[in-house]
Design a protein. Structure first.
Length: 142
């Protein structure tokens, strides 16, 4: 089956550590992102296998953390909340001159509903990236 994709990239003066502090803790997502609430289904489970949630409007998406490489890489899939199949996303932080390059991408099976999700995520991913970078840069300057 063919795949659908979305991607957002940015280079920021923020350090990988500043970005990682925001990415690795889903309880902060509602503070810097477009989500109304965010957190973990089990507040004591934060590593690989943990389920995190984000509510955006009336929709709550639940994701399972698949991979964590401290300060460098976060991979997750969508368990429920949006009508996609085999959704897998990866956030990669790479040191760059005076800061960090952030690459956040996702892919999932091409279905009718998956295409509708892609239209929304093409707008949401750049917005999330802009907010993440702004929050990380603000944390560095304070």
């Amino acid at each position: 089956m063919s795949k659908l994709h979305v991607r957002a990239e940015a280079t920021t003066r923020a350090t990988p550590q500043a970005l990682w502090a925001l990415l690795a803790d889903a309880t902060t997502y509602a503070q810097w992102g477009p989500w109304n609430t965010s957190g973990y289904e089990d507040p004591n489970a934060r590593g690989v296998g943990a389920l995190r949630f984000m509510r955006y409007g009336r929709r709550t998406t639940v994701e399972r953390i698949l991979e964590l490489v401290e300060g460098r890489r976060l991979a997750y899939n969508v368990e429920r909340g949006i009508p996609v199949r085999n959704y897998r996303a990866v956030v990669v932080l790479t040191p760059a001159d005076g800061g960090t390059h952030v690459d956040w991408s996702a892919e999932w099976d091409s279905t009718l509903l998956g295409r509708a999700v892609q239209r929304k995520l093409r707008t949401l991913y750049p917005d999330v990236m802009t907010r993440l970078v702004a929050a990380a840069e603000a944390a560095v300057t304070t």
